[in-house]
Design a protein around this ligand. Sequence first.
Ligand code: ZN
Length: 191
Amino acid sequence: MSLRKIATIGHPILRRPARQVTRDELLSPTFQRLIDDLIETMRDANGAGLAAPQIYEPVSLCAIEVDNNPRYPYKPPIPLTVLVNPEIIPITDETFDNYEGCLSVPNLRGLVPRYTQVRVQALDRQGNPLDFHVRGLSAGTYQHEVDHLLGKVFLDRVRDTTSLTTWADFERFHQRAFIERAKALVERFGS
Ligand code: ZN
């Protein structure tokens, strides 16, 4: 395994829709190594998730994991989840305003409307089909990562640009109010 470099905003790879992965390709040792590198790079950078284009690989693959994350201390835990060729289908019209950050957008956060409940369809790293629902704050994390595979970053979905803030000023001016709202969401959905 090795740590990969993380692409930052402005690099064209972040703007290209990722290509679908074939089953044979997914099961190859090279692709399995890529998955291990993606996970290791995500953990090293304290990401809640990381998508393959963020490490310069234009394939439809992302990893998500939250476990006492210092970047997002209010996020409920999500066990390590690897998604290949994922699709997200909203199962409600209801949205919440999620204060997001991104390893590819250094030192900036902003409010992004995200569906409170989504259905996720994908393959796992062994090629088995996954089909599950995600609710609450965790649903925002899934939507953020799958957006990367569509060539989108969270900034594209920020509606109110006055919500944009550095990480230091997030802590200073926005964190307290956001954590209250995040807690209410986690209480309601349990995730
Ligand atoms: Zn991101």
